[in-house]
Design a binder for this molecule. Structure first.
Ligand code: PLP
Ligand code: COI
Length: 348
């Protein structure tokens, strides 16, 4: 590591989850059926054709990841191979070329390394958010896939996604509009899902909640997920349950938590449909989880015209979610031994 590279002079612990321009981003184009090698560039603006399918027909997908400064100063990614796999499951669903895993990982590593000065220091509560994206560019008008694609990775130092430092307790309001149809695109990280959810988020916020909670679109009964995070529930018997649904994003954070909860914390775990109204009285603790959300306990829920308390007075963190949060963040920051091999060091 070049010790002479000094960090930017930011107030790291005050950062929100906002775009902050950094020095470099990575770009590779796919032309004539082939990926270019790709390169680091400085221009944050993308110039594309006015007919590009990404801006008309949402032919685009993206990923969300974080680089963290570990307790020993190393720079760690968390399971980047799974982000690569997830992007490569979304790409063919939208008739886009897959991004080879070595290109994906190299692009992420190069962008993180080039922006070393922007990686928040250990203990600041902030991290470097990484946004890989794949978009259809080039000229088009009819409902056809693009002929050319851009794969780009940019980064931004960020603080907590929800207001409040560390583990913020949030509230969710059940949405009256659906996020994803059965057999639709809900399990892919594609921008179209998020555009359709902007109104639901706004409506939830108008009710005083942080985010929307979606129930399944066919019966409006089973929990699917929140606008930007998957859901975990600790039932009264201590079992950690996460919704089974084909319409939700396969969260890397959720899959990791379910694995360490069983193997490391000795918890019973289940992936099954959760009937919100029928099972709420059996909820001991609930949380939303994801790269941006980390683990955010849910204190109360709004549905059927009223607020329902989930845990304590709606602002407290329960003991199980505290333990899950500590283990997750501990692994990601290299404080807890990573027996799973989940952290990936970016050599600076
Ligand atoms: N669900 C949605 C809709 C999301 O946007 C995200 C964020 O990426 C997640 C779940 C959590 O997924 P991950 O843990 O892979 O970040
Ligand atoms: C993430 O957690 O990485 C996401 O992509 C969620 C996004 C809405 C900020």
């Amino acid at each position: 590591m070049d010790e002479l590279v000094s960090k930017k002079n930011l107030n790291w612990s005050e950062l929100g989850f906002k775009y902050h321009k950094t020095d470099y981003r990575f770009r590779a184009l796919h032309k004539s059926g082939k990926w270019q090698e790709g390169e680091l560039i400085t221009d944050e603006a993308i110039s594309i054709h006015e007919g590009a399918p990404s801006i008309h027909y949402a032919q685009q997908c993206f990923e969300g990841m974080k680089a963290q400064t570990a307790v020993d100063g190393r720079v760690l990614l968390f399971r980047p191979d799974l982000n690569s796999e997830r992007m490569n499951s979304a790409a063919p669903r939208l008739l886009m070329p897959q991004v080879p895993k070595d290109l994906f990982i190299r692009a992420v590593e190069e962008t993180v390394r080039a922006n070393y000065a922007w990686i928040p220091p250990y203990g600041s509560g902030a991290s470097l958010y990484i946004r890989p994206m794949l978009i259809g560019v080039g000229e088009n008008l009819g409902l056809n896939p693009a002929q050319e694609f851009e794969f780009r990775v940019f980064v931004s130092p960020v603080g907590p996604y929800y207001k409040g430092a560390g583990m913020a307790v949030i509230s969710l309001a059940v949405s009256e509009i659906d996020r994803a149809a059965p057999r639709g695109t809900g399990s892919y990280k594609v921008g179209a899902n998020y555009a359709g959810g902007l109104l639901a988020t706004r409506q939830a916020q108008e009710l005083g909640a942080n985010e929307a909670l979606y129930l399944d679109a066919s019966e409006n009964r089973y929990i699917d997920e929140a606008g930007s995070a998957n859901i975990l529930v600790v039932m009264n018997d201590g079992t950690l349950v996460t919704p089974k649904s084909d319409a939700i994003l396969p969260s890397i954070t959720r899959r990791s938590i379910m694995e360490f909860a069983k193997d490391q914390l000795g918890m019973n775990t289940q992936e099954r449909p959760i009937d919100l109204r029928a099972e709420l009285s059996n909820f001991q603790e609930m949380a939303a989880c994801g790269t941006a959300a980390v683990l955010s306990p849910v204190g109360k829920l709004y549905f059927d015209d009223q607020w329902h308390s989930v845990y304590g007075d709606g602002s407290e963190v329960g003991p199980v979610m505290q333990k899950v949060y500590d283990t997750l963040v501990g692994i990601q920051k290299g404080e807890v031994s990573d027996g799973f091999g989940w952290t990936h060091e970016v050599k600076i």
